[in-house]
Design a protein around this ligand. Structure first.
Ligand code: CMP
Length: 481
């Protein structure tokens, strides 16, 4: 509580005390005259009703004095004595203290002024009436007592922003009456929340004299540096109106999102009731700062892979490179440009990762491969250990043995690096052979030579000595030439 408010309260208290003491003094001094006046008016002497009225006024004045006295006692006892011991008495205890002491003082005054009234009987008869009244006014009384507890507890004050209940009624508190809390929303509507509902619901309080924070979200492209984005936004936001200069804004990454890097900026407000405007201003500052710094907001993005049939690609795309590659392969050298083009159209491209197996020894095979990009290694099994027979580079071919003879694959062929191969199938090769019977002969030489290379390695599955003539007749037989 601020100093001026305390002083004002004290002055008010002292004035009220002086006024009530003066009122009692005056009333007591002029009591005989007032009595005479009343009796004169009522026309009966001595009038019991005049005495009753006088005593009732006395009781009222004593009641006011007793209330002020209890408040002073409360302040003295809890405000000073407890504080000395550094204990903060709960509000509820203070209230109970006030009620009990006041009731005792009031009853003492009552029995002193109205000795003829039997208080016990009065309470018994009024209890039944109280139950009936209580049931009838259940809601109203509920609101009333909840209002008293809100007033006593003071969880929030006028001017604070509150968010009430599951409906999240949000706005600035304008007042707490005996029935409801009056909240002005940011659309300038007034919402009245019944005290009894408010007492049950969770209430989020953003006190007026407290530094309340807000979060504003934004994002950037993945290509924008987080360090730069954080610096730029922090500097842009700290200068904005109503952003507290007492605590610098915090900018941090919330998520590596689908579209870009998601950030939040946390800033503190001088006047929380204006948070909508300040949020908007902060967003605006971010936009301008982004513009100046060359940063980009991330729009929803998708990575699209457009797949085209490889043959079409060969024909329309970089098919020229494939034709070039095939025409540089020595066994295809005798082919005409059209025949090489036809072979290129029939070829299928495959990419293998480093270490991936393109061909496995022992598998059946009905196609051969040309290394388009990269490098492969031909390996045979040498007493359980892999032994390299040859390393093939761009323009070399492999897999021809199984294709031309119909036998299982003779070796493993493994990609040494990311390797792209062109696969040519049985049908395409048959078309080539039909028009170039000489090709069969040159191929048979190569195959026979490679077989010898394999045979010299210790792989028992490969026929040891197969002459080129034997290979030639095997190819012719297999292709039906
Ligand atoms: P294929 O038997 O169909 O499958 C394995 C391939 O390895 C084989 O065809 C040949 O293309 C290749 N290959 C086998 N031995 C050698 C070798 N000595 N030199 C080069 N390549 C070979």
């Amino acid at each position: 509580m601020s100093r001026p408010r305390v002083t004002n309260k004290l002055i008010l208290f002292l004035v009220a005390l002086a006024a009530s003491v003066l009122a009692i003094y005056l009333f007591w001094s002029f009591e005989p005259s007032i009595k005479t006046l009343l009796e004169h008016r009522m026309g009966t002497t001595p009038s019991p009703s005049a005495v009753t009225i006088i005593n009732a006024v006395k009781l009222l004045l004593i009641g006011i004095l007793a209330y002020l006295f209890v408040r002073a006692l409360n302040l003295l006892f809890f405000g000073l004595a407890f504080r000395l011991k550094r204990i903060d008495a709960p509000t509820l205890i203070r209230n109970i203290f006030t009620i009990v002491v006041f009731t005792i003082l009031f009853l003492i005054a009552f029995t002193f002024l109205f000795p003829e009234v039997n208080l016990g009987a009065l309470f018994t008869t009024s209890a039944i009436f109280g139950v009936i009244l209580g049931l009838a006014l259940q809601d109203t009384l509920g609101n009333f007592f909840a209002g008293i507890s809100l007033q006593a507890d003071r969880p929030f004050q006028v001017g604070d922003v509150i968010v009430v209940g599951a409906e999240r009624h949000t706005g600035v508190v304008e007042g707490i009456s005996w029935r409801a809390i009056k909240v002005r929303t940011f659309q300038n509507h007034v919402v009245l929340i019944a005290n009894s509902n408010a007492a049950r619901a969770p209430i989020e309080v953003c006190p007026r004299d407290n530094l309340n924070a807000r979060l504003v979200f934004f994002n950037t492209l993945y290509t924008d540096s987080p360090a730069k984005a954080i610096h730029v936004v922090r500097e842009a936001v700290r200068e904005a109106e109503n952003v507290s200069s007492r605590v610098p804004p915090i900018v941090r990454i919330r998520n590596l999102g689908d579209n870009g890097i998601d950030y939040e900026v946390k800033y503190w407000l001088e006047d929380y009731a204006k948070y909508n405007d300040t949020d908007a201003l902060v967003r605006q500052r971010i936009w301008y700062a982004f513009r100046r710094a060359g940063l980009n907001f991330a729009f929803p993005t998708r990575t699209l892979y457009v797949e085209r049939p490889s043959r079409t690609e060969l024909r329309d795309g970089d098919g020229g490179a494939v034709v070039e590659r095939l025409s540089a392969v020595d066994i295809f050298a005798p082919l005409s440009v059209e025949e090489t083009g036809m072979l290129a159209q029939a070829a299928t491209r495959h990419v293998f990762a480093p270490g991936e197996m393109v061909i496995r020894a022992g598998d059946p095979g009905s196609s051969m491969f040309v290394v388009h990009n990269g490098k492969v290694r031909v390996q045979v099994n040498d007493n359980g250990r892999p032994r390299t027979v040859a390393t093939l580079n761009e323009g070399d071919f492999f897999g021809e043995m199984a294709l031309f003879t119909g036998e299982p694959r003779t070796a493993n062929v493994v990609a040494l690096e990311e390797t792209e191969v062109l696969e040519i199938g049985h049908a395409a090769m048959k078309r080539v052979f039909d028009t170039n019977p000489d090709l069969v002969e040159s191929l048979s030489f190569i195959i026979a030579e490679r077989r010898q290379g394999l045979a010299s390695q210790a792989d028992a599955s490969v026929p040891a000595t197969d002459s080129s003539a034997g290979v030639l007749s095997a190819i012719k037989r297999f292709f039906g030439l």
